[in-house]
Design a protein around this ligand. Structure first.
Ligand code: GDP
Ligand code: MG
Length: 163
């Protein structure tokens, strides 16, 4: 039985970039059911020898402005409910925003095994955001660069503990 991992976080932190990296060409399914899960993408991911299902929460561009927050929340809650493990992603370069804290509360309330990921940590430019992320109370952040493929061994180690 394969575990399901959901990548959760506010828009623009790099969720889809990580999803694409982990799934590569193994995209299993683009979910186009109507409603809150319409834009959700699922795939078969591989990191080292670990294989798992992965959910990306995405596609908020199409939402009407007044429904954006409600829809974002509903989609994220659905993904959280379906997942065994959560990758909660923040942007280490921009630092934390109020929206990050809204998502962090959702994640915390879910009570699922959560790995805090500080993305955009290539070079040393994410150090301030990395340290700020400790304050979320979601454990030690794992610094990665989804775009440049850095930190994947650390992400592997964090996931391996759960599997
Ligand atoms: P999402 O909205 O959370 O799915 O974020 P995306 O994956 O669409 O990425 C948002 C933006 O951040 C894009 O311009 C990406 O190229 C950029 N991005 C993603 N990962 C990284 C990273 O590791 N480093 C940097 N500098 N930019 C990144
Ligand atoms: Mg996305």
């Amino acid at each position: 039985m394969s575990l399901t991992v959901a990548i959760v976080g506010r828009p623009n932190v790099g969720k889809s970039t990580l999803f694409n990296r982990l799934v590569g060409k193994r995209l299993a399914l683009v979910d186009d059911r109507p409603g809150v899960t319409r834009d959700r993408r699922e795939g078969d991911a591989q990191l080292g020898h670990l294989q798992f299902s992965i959910i990306d929460t995405a596609g908020l561009e199409e939402a009407k402005a007044d429904s954006l927050e409600a829809r974002m929340r509903a989609q994220t809650e659905a993904a959280i409910a379906d997942a065994d493990v959560l990758l909660f992603m923040v942007d280490a370069r921009s630092g934390l925003t109020p929206t990050d804290r809204v998502f962090a509360d959702l994640v915390r309330r879910a009570g699922k095994h959560t790995i805090l990921v500080a993305n955009k940590s290539e070079g040393r430019q994410g150090e301030a955001g990395f340290m700020e992320a400790f304050g979320l109370g979601l454990g030690e952040p794992v610094p990665i660069s989804a775009e440049h493929g850095e930190g994947m061994a650390d992400l592997f180690r964090a996931l391996r503990e759960v599997f």
